[in-house]
Design a protein. Structure first.
Length: 355
């Protein structure tokens, strides 16, 4: 069987290659668009490496933050910007605020997914940190990762057992016209998509895998429903799909990497990943539009909208297309999260329609 994708990255492709292909998409958040990029695939195929990378080979998240703040610095004569960072984990169908005060007892706090008319889906009462530099963003993401659920599986000794979503919300004001726009960049590292028999987990870890599979199965069902243009799309079947509702079927520019291991041992999982990417490629989101606030006439309303915008991970329109990649092997030392122990890896991605 042959598969066709927008882009395929081989073993010689670099982190720079991937960022170069996604740079314009991610910086469009400064123009009032919602953008979502997420990585899907079996544990150990390089999802976290793609999204976060290592100290020596940074991934999309640190590179995106660096570029966005570079552009912000270049636009100070014409625009003012307010940037806010939030970070959540979806673990066993429960949302956790990864940037919450560690001294506070938030273990029993329930976070609800809400909808705002301007920015779409968001998590109510989520911590939203004002950020002014890429290094501050890096520090916050590092802090959040320390609170993320990580555990060993048969496929990866340091497998992320949860979905992680980093959201940078940017409010931009035109200093000449007072026009206000809000953009949101959502970067999602999904938990591993392997079957129970592959992960060989038991007890609490088995429950984790079952819940992960439930949410990823819901994601697959949503993708299939969207690709088939069905009237009813079951976004509410999981916290993940409900939160990503705008990214998958709304006003959003959405890009998906599907990571696949090249080992023959993972053949069935690789085929499943490729089939998932093929379905995703057929999803059409339509053309994205900018999120405009009141044009300087209603600051109270604008501030209220900004408060809502600081909580989630939404995206802006485009077709779901696919790319694939075999990420490079690190040339220097240092730990690389979720990289396979054998061979390279492949990725696919769902990307926005140009124009």
């Amino acid at each position: 069987k042959k598969f066709s994708f927008t882009q395929v990255y081989g073993q010689t492709s670099t982190q720079e290659d991937v960022f170069r292909d996604t740079e314009a998409l991610m910086t469009s958040v400064l123009d009032g668009f919602n953008v979502c990029i997420f990585a899907y695939g079996q544990s150990g195929t390089g999802k976290t490496f793609t999204m976060e990378g290592s100290e020596d080979l940074p991934g999309l998240i640190p590179r995106a933050m660096a570029k966005i703040f570079e552009v912000v610095g270049e636009r100070t004569q014409n625009f003012s910007h307010e940037c806010f960072l939030s970070m959540i984990e979806i673990y066993n169908e429960t949302i956790k605020d990864l940037l919450a005060d560690p001294k506070a007892d938030n273990s029993k706090k329930k976070y609800d997914v809400m909808r705002d008319s301007l920015v779409g889906m968001y998590v109510k009462d989520l911590s939203s940190e004002p950020v002014h530099t890429a290094s501050h963003c890096k520090t916050l993401v590092k802090q959040g990762n320390k609170n993320r659920a990580v555990g060993a599986t048969n496929l990866n000794e340091q497998s992320s057992r949860s979905h992680m979503l980093v959201t940078l919300t940017v409010r931009t004001k035109n200093l000449h016209s007072d026009d206000l726009i809000v953009g949101k960049l959502s970067l999602c590292d999904l938990a591993g998509s392997e079957r129970l028999s592959k992960s060989q987990t038991t007890g609490a870890a088995l429950k984790e895998t079952q819940m992960i599979n439930k949410s990823l199965s819901a994601l697959g069902t949503v993708i299939a429903s969207l690709a088939a243009n069905e009237k009813h799309v079951p976004f509410r079947d999981s916290k993940l799909t409900y939160l990503l509702q705008d990214s998958l079927g709304g006003n959003s520019k959405t890009l998906m990497f599907v990571n696949a291991g090249p080992s023959t041992h993972n053949y069935a999982e690789t085929i499943n990943s490729l089939n998932f990417a093929s379905r995703a490629k057929n999803v059409s989101l339509g053309k994205a539009t900018k999120n405009r606030e009141a044009e300087g006439k209603d600051e109270k309303k604008a501030s209220a909208t900004m408060a809502a915008a600081n909580r989630l991970g939404s995206t802006d329109g485009g077709d779901v297309t696919a790319r694939s990649r075999q990420p490079q092997t690190p040339k220097t030392g240092g730990e690389v999260p979720q990289t396979p122990k054998t061979g390279g890896k492949e990725k696919k991605k769902i990307g926005p329609k140009k124009g």
